[in-house]
Write a protein that binds this ligand. Structure first.
Ligand code: NAD
Length: 361
């Protein structure tokens, strides 16, 4: 069986790195790669060849792969280049693109989606969402520090004392927790909000203050994800956020509700009241943004506040992001592949979750 990887369109990462490919051999598979697939994440064609992967043109990778693995889903034209009966593993986000399962079925392709792997302890080693979110949380703080016209830590110098920066984090999931840890390491004072009560202990264990807005809807049974809150709750939350955002130097927003538009937590009026020089990093920009003024993929300045809209900050660290993505993929493939072939064991809840072209989809 041949596994294919290609150069991602519009992303510097690559789905499999050479180190992982050498471990894949134990599964009895071959790997073919598009020339230059890893170049932007600092993995050369020679590195791939050294572990026995064969370099091909992009078209030939599509034509020969029994299982194509990508970070971003291939477009329609590229799906047509795949052989009928072959499989694709990618981040299809079927909870957003409701048509994707039918599309793959109509092209007689088997689809597996990383983002449908259940977020259980057993599947943690395959969880690309967590790997990438954690990197994004780290990078968000570094981006904020770079744009902030101030220090993060408290400084006592002969020329005077500098107060530590105040950082407000909205959404204390994987990205938010890593942002808290990074901001704390840089010496900032950190406050964080989340609707999930479970986040309180984690926030406090990282040395940040947890800000509660009472009356959040119960998320038990949502598989670790948050549930959509009522407009009344969100209004109260926005008022609490505003009271803190106007004192903050940095606001990092990470709040997501899977399959829905991101909750609006920082309206225009809040931005207008923030300190000049303050920075907002909005990691939810691709799903509409937590800040009303965010522009996805852009850095803008409004009323002296810098707003960075970027949902793919992990992509700015492509070498490590690719390594982690690749390791997550390897762990999933160890479960999916048996004797060199895909073993579609739908009794396995991880495979059943990831398989998006089954009868139940
Ligand atoms: P996510 O990216 O879907 O959302 C980010 C955060 O935004 C979440 O913490 C969510 O509660 C929060 N949020 C949503 N609406 C909000 C609002 N109105 N105000 C403030 N915050 C809001 O979530 P995620 O980071 O991918 O993960 C969420 C949870 O799942 C975490 O508890 C995480 O530990 C858990 N998880 C478990 C596993 C596992 O067990 N294998 C793996 C990954 C994540």
């Amino acid at each position: 069986m041949k596994i294919g990887i290609v150069k991602e369109s519009g992303d510097q990462r690559v789905a499999l790195v050479p180190e992982t490919i050498s471990k894949l051999k134990a599964l009895g598979v071959e790997v073919v790669f598009e020339k230059g697939a890893g170049a932007q994440s600092c993995y050369s064609d020679e590195d791939y060849q050294a572990v026995g992967a064969a370099s091909l043109s992009r078209k030939d990778v599509f034509a020969q792969a029994d299982l194509l693995i990508t970070i971003l889903p291939p477009d329609d034209t590229e799906l047509d280049l795949l052989r009928k009966g072959s499989a694709v593993l990618s981040q299809f986000q079927p909870f957003i693109d409701g048509e994707v399962s039918n599309k793959l079925k109509s092209k007689e392709l088997q689809g597996f989606s990383f983002d449908m792997i259940p977020r259980t302890t057993l599947a943690q080693s395959m969880d690309v969402l967590s790997s990438m979110a954690s990197m994004a949380g780290y990078r968000a703080v570094l981006e904020a520090a770079t744009h902030l016209p101030r220090y993060f830590p408290m400084m006592i110098t002969a020329a005077g004392s500098i107060k530590p920066a105040k950082v407000l984090i909205l959404g204390a999931g994987v990205a938010g927790l890593q942002a808290i840890a990074t901001a704390r390491r840089l010496g900032a004072m950190v406050e964080a909000f989340d609707t999930r009560q479970a986040a309180k202990e984690e926030v406090e264990s990282l040395g940040a203050k947890f800000v509660e807005v009472e009356g959040a809807k119960d998320d038990k049974g949502a598989g670790g994800y948050a549930v959509q809150q009522s407009e009344e709750y969100l209004q109260r939350q926005r008022a609490e956020v505003q009271a803190r955002a106007i004192k903050a130097d940095v606001v990092i927003t990470t709040a997501q509700v899977r399959g829905r538009k991101a909750p609006l937590l920082v309206p225009k009026e809040t931005v207008e009241k923030m300190k000049p020089g303050a920075v907002i990093v909005d990691l939810a920009s691709s799903t509409g943004g937590n800040c009303e003024l965010t522009k996805d993929g852009e850095v803008i300045s409004v009323h002296g506040v810098t707003i960075i809209g970027n949902s793919n900050l992990a992509g700015l660290m492509p070498q490590d992001a690719s390594l982690l993505f690749s390791n997550n993929t390897l762990n999933f493939l160890k479960m999916l592949i048996k004797d060199g072939q895909i073993n579609l064991d739908l009794g396995n809840e991880i495979i059943r979750g990831a398989f998006i072209t089954g009868d139940s989809n």
